[in-house]
Design a binder for this molecule. Structure first.
Ligand SMILES: Nc1ncnc2c1ncn2[C@@H]1O[C@H](COP(=O)(O)OP(=O)(O)OP(=O)(O)O)[C@@H](O)[C@H]1O
Ligand SMILES: [Mg+2]
Length: 406
């Protein structure tokens, strides 16, 4: 991708609200014209801050933001010609739907006849023809949201920013609106930068997704790449369901490595993001890639597992097993004819191919693990007891403390 011609560019952008802590750290992001790019990440990771800087409601502490070839750091928000939709609709309650839609056109001093025809078009685009005379308070949440989308598009901006626009809607309406916004984007060819912390929403709608954490883009890639080829442990864990095995790299050759995991087993994996031989790694393996009772020689890793829990979920059977010192390993068994029936307590063999097992960075593993069990290093004895099976051979209390500070 040629950075010179990208439609939106963040170049080394940093943001601090208090002059001390950077909530956006050295952001580089290039968005092409007509693209739908989603910023996805946990609460507080800096997504809204990035949109606000692009919209002009916040200033960047450092770096440059470029729109359509020109720096916009010093351009006031209303001159940026950017459409915006926020989570709380922000419609004018005292204006009818039509008046709300006409507002951005009046501000731009379009002739009355042009305003009328554009308002009509915008209403039919979001399937609200006939609702023009209603007040926003007399519409459902989904209808109000559609008006907000229409209002952001009615003045034909080249760029639309949407910040969690569907967060307040119920699941069914949210899914319907996802498709509507996606179709509007495809039909109008407008560039959209969208913020959400809902990964299925991001996967459904986006051309590319930027996964944020802690003010840094962890990976920017099309949805399929993020799921199939996560580049670090955070992305693997954040996108889709993921099994994690912690271990230590024994050897590396031709893009694969052998990793000794907590119970002493040796697992073969694909080298993606490790520091080298003798260093810790997080292995990532999708639940649907695990084979039960594999033919000898069919998988590069075969281990024994005991069945801890079997949950019937209709289209698949979700099975939790204990393997390689981890009792939270999930296997998904599709509910197809003749599928294997497992029972609690059964000991089985499972396997996988090293292509499906990615050796990733280890630095954040204890933070994930400790946050997942709602614990901190202050109650170390409890941690030690809780993690003895998995970690006692690998980590001392001081190692955990130092990793928590990372
Ligand atoms: N106006 C502000 N003044 C000071 N700190 C702020 C301000 N706005 C945001 N922050 C802080 O900046 C960090 C990033 O916030 P931001 O709103 O960008 O996160 P987010 O990714 O949009 O989160 P969410 O998913 O909860 O909306 C947070 O730690 C937040 O507390
Ligand atoms: Mg936000």
């Amino acid at each position: 991708m040629d950075d010179q011609v990208s439609y939106v560019q963040f170049v080394n952008v940093q943001k601090s609200y208090d002059g001390e802590t950077l909530v956006v750290k050295d952001l580089n992001l290039a968005v092409e014209q007509g693209e739908f790019v989603t910023l996805l990440g946990p609460s507080g990771s800096g997504k809204t801050t990035c949109l606000m800087m692009l919209a002009g409601f916040e200033t960047a502490t450092h770096g440059e933001i470029i729109l359509d070839g020109a720096p916009i750091n010093n351009v006031s928000p209303h001159k940026r010609e950017i459409g915006m939709v926020f989570q709380n609709y922000a419609l004018f309650p005292h204006m009818t739907v039509s008046e709300n839609l006409a507002f951005p056109l009046r501000v731009r001093k379009l002739p009355a006849s042009e305003i009328d025809s554009r308002v009509e078009q915008a209403l039919s685009m979001v399937q609200l023809g006939g609702f023009g005379n209603r007040l926003p308070g007399n519409l459902s949440g989904g209808q109000q949201q559609r008006v907000a989308v229409a209002r952001a598009l009615v003045f034909r901006p080249k760029l639309v920013l949407m910040d969690e626009p569907l967060g307040a809607l119920d699941k069914q309406l949210r899914e319907q609106m996802q498709f509507e916004i996606k179709h509007i984007h495809e039909n109008l060819g407008v560039t959209v930068i969208y913020v959400t912390h809902d990964q299925s929403e991001a996967l459904t709608m986006s051309n590319r997704i930027a996964v944020f954490n802690d003010g840094i883009i962890q990976q920017l890639a099309p949805p399929g790449d993020l799921y199939e080829r996560p580049e670090n442990a955070f992305v693997a864990q954040f996108i889709g369901e993921n099994n994690v095995l912690f271990g230590n790299v024994l050897d590396v050759s031709n893009g694969t490595c052998n990793v000794r995991v907590a119970d002493g087993n040796v697992v073969k994996a694909t080298v993606v993001n490790i520091e080298g031989v003798g260093k810790d790694t997080t292995l990532s393996l999708r639940p649907e890639r695990v084979v039960i009772d594999p033919e000898p020689g069919s998988c590069s890793t075969i281990v024994r597992a005991s069945v801890e829990e079997v949950i019937y979920l209709g289209d698949h059977i979700r099975t939790r097993v204990n393997l390689c010192g981890h009792d939270d390993f999930i296997i998904k068994i599709p509910n197809a004819h003749g599928h294997v029936n497992l029972e609690y307590g059964e000991v089985i063999e499972v396997g996988w191919d090293h292509q499906d097992c990615r050796a990733l960075d280890a630095t954040k593993k204890l933070i994930h693990w400790i946050s997942s069990i709602d614990c901190n290093v202050q109650n170390w004895p409890w941690v030690q007891q809780k993690c003895s099976r998995t970690f006692s051979s690998l980590f001392t209390p001081s190692a955990i403390s130092s990793k928590l500070i990372v």
